[in-house]
Design a binder for this molecule. Structure first.
Ligand code: HEM
Length: 544
């Protein structure tokens, strides 16, 4: 983990600086007089670095859970100059998302937001205010609303079929599912946002990985923002600048292509980029929409629409491989629902509640943002008798809450059925299941993500049987995590897929929804019947 490495390298320097500071300037190190007396509890703090050293050695969400177990669900840490408040209970999440939503609706200024995302000109990291709310509204209406998500079903279906074809082409050799899913997710969001595929996937996906690492909020430069030289020493400033240049080149190309189209006012085929450029040209918003805002929005959607979706799918497939009986049940459901049909459509997926339960259970155990996206407290707030100071950085350890035995029976087990028993939904109604966050800053891409994940998963399970390469046993599949703002698998997921040949004696043509009958037999998908558990075959071939 880069931030841990940076901490490890810097710690001796910081400690010696501290020692010298203590010896020579004893009297210049004052207690922060502006700090309230009743801060939430937390461990003893070293001067200057505060509790930075206590986050070493483990992923932050795991470390913060251990600290919460000692100090309670409302925890105060000092990370360099930053007051970090860590929330680890559903009851306190309710306070943040409901009672005091407005006070917690901003985001801290992170170095990555400044350098990579055009000084937070996007809306995912933008401070609470007019620019954020209008950009969010435009994206919701034009891209992420229920109606728009439904209208993109043709993109989802086409991309799913392309994915199936790619996996089939591997003909039983291991496929790198992590890579294939990232590519597919990126194509899906690119086509929805700007109408065509992203030709620079390889470099884009590398830049995405780095961006999510830099956005964790645990970079040295984000803990000691007034020591700006740290960004230079640790190399994070140049690293971020490099990522910025790579991403900027891609969005600049997209924008220039759209500008060159010279679209008409009443163009009915406007995509989101066209809409943003039109609004900029005609000054139709009550703030001045800059080209940096437009680039930032495209990057937000591009980053958020690619990584969490594909990462969730990788965790789903990881859990299904580790639990073959659950995989079989899901496959049985979908092959039954398809009942001789070959092309999976949105309405088929709607008939698969177990698939939905699998998605929820995976997001419970592997939330892609284990600490959500950090919030900034806009004014001081009283919570359970403690004061959360203004400008504190707030993280909600959803990873810990969603594994807490207080709220979940047998929390470490992968058991999709638990979502059958309780009517827990994605919408954070009970504050113990919050993989998409909540309140005003809740993920606006939730419907887009759930529709895409459902479609991909249905295709992966309907068309293929899956196993680990080299005869490995399910429990040998690792679940090692990599940390950034997004909780990825550390190692790529490589699996062997066996095409589920439901139509005996029939070959699929180029596209998996098209059947090719052997010579002399009429093609009539209506005449397929189900035999045995879920295997389909041609009912009565009667060669002419
Ligand atoms: C499984 C998939 C996804 C998960 C788990 C997820 C999760 C999250 C979380 C936890 C947040 C922070 C919420 C908070 O602060 O309370 C967030 C914010 C956001 N997400 Fe997602 N997300 C997913 C997919 C998407 C997709 C597909 C898009 C867009 C196409 C998207 C766009 C955004 C944006 C723009 C924000 C920032 C919102 C704001 O600050 O107002 N996400 N997401």
């Amino acid at each position: 983990m880069e931030s841990t490495a940076a901490i490890t390298i810097l710690l001796p320097t910081l400690l010696s600086t501290l020692l010298i500071a203590l010896l020579l300037k004893r009297f210049y190190i004052h207690k922060d007089s502006s700090a309230p007396n009743n801060l939430p509890p937390g461990p003893w703090k070293l001067p200057i670095i505060g509790n930075v050293h206590q986050l070493m050695g483990e992923h932050p969400h795991r470390r913060l859970r251990s600290l919460a177990n000692t100090y309670g669900p409302l925890l105060h840490l000092k990370l360099g100059e930053i007051n970090l408040i860590v929330i680890t209970s559903a009851e306190l999440v309710r306070e943040v998302f409901k009672t005091h939503d407005l006070k917690f609706a901003s985001r801290p200024k992170l170095a990555a937001g400044k350098i990579i995302l055009y000084d937070n000109a996007d809306f995912g990291l933008a401070p609470y205010g007019k620019v954020w709310s209008q950009l969010r509204k435009i994206c919701t209406v034009e891209l992420l609303s229920h109606k728009r998500v439904k209208s993109f079903c043709f993109i989802r279906e086409e991309e799913c079929r392309n994915l199936v074809e790619k996996i089939r082409a591997a003909a039983g050799s291991p496929v790198n599912l992590s890579k294939l899913l990232s590519y597919s997710a990126n194509t899906g969001i690119a086509r929805a946002v700007f109408g065509k595929d992203n030709p620079h996937k390889e470099s884009f996906l590398l830049a995405v990985k780095k961006t999510f690492k830099y956005l964790s909020g645990f970079e040295m430069v984000d803990m000691l923002p007034s020591w700006s030289f740290l960004a230079e020493i640790t190399g994070s400033a140049s690293g971020m600048m490099k990522v910025h240049r790579e991403l900027d080149a891609i969005v600049t190309e997209i924008i220039e292509e759209h500008q060159a189209k010279n679209f008409e006012e009443d163009d009915v085929d406007e995509d989101l980029v066209d809409v943003l450029l039109r609004l900029q040209k005609h000054g139709q918003l009550d703030f001045s929409l800059t080209i940096e805002n437009i680039k930032g929005v495209i990057l937000d959607l591009f980053l958020a629409g690619t990584d969490p979706t594909s990462v969730t799918l990788q965790w789903i497939m990881t859990e299904l491989i580790r639990h073959p009986e659950i995989m079989k049940k899901a496959q049985h459901d979908i092959r039954n629902v398809m009942d001789g049909k070959r092309k999976i459509e949105d309405e088929d997926i709607a008939k698969l509640p177990y698939l939905n339960q699998i998605i929820k259970e995976t997001l419970r155990l592997h939330p892609t943002s284990p600490l959500l996206v950090p919030r900034l407290c806009r004014e001081s707030v009283e919570l359970i008798g403690y004061t959360v100071p203004v400008e504190s950085r707030i993280v909600i350890n959803v990873w810990a809450i969603m594994r807490d035995p207080i709220y979940w029976e047998d929390p470490e087990s992968f058991r999709p059925e638990r979502f059958d028993e309780s009517a827990t939904d994605f919408g954070a109604a009970n504050f113990k299941f919050i993989p998409f966050g909540g309140g005003r800053r809740v993920c606006p891409g939730m419907q887009f993500a759930v529709a895409s994940i459902g479609c991909w998963l249905a295709h992966l399970l309907f068309y293929f049987d899956w196993e680990l390469p080299q005869g490995k046993r399910p429990q040998e599949l690792d679940t090692e995590e990599d940390f950034g703002i997004s909780l990825n698998r550390k190692n790529d997921l490589c699996l062997v897929a066996t095409y589920y040949d439901t139509y005996e004696g029939f070959e699929l043509s180029g596209r998996p929804d098209v059947l090719q009958a052997p010579h002399g037999i009429k093609r009539d998908p209506q005449r397929m019947v189900i035999r045995g558990s879920c295997r389909l075959f041609w009912s009565s071939p009667s060669p002419a």
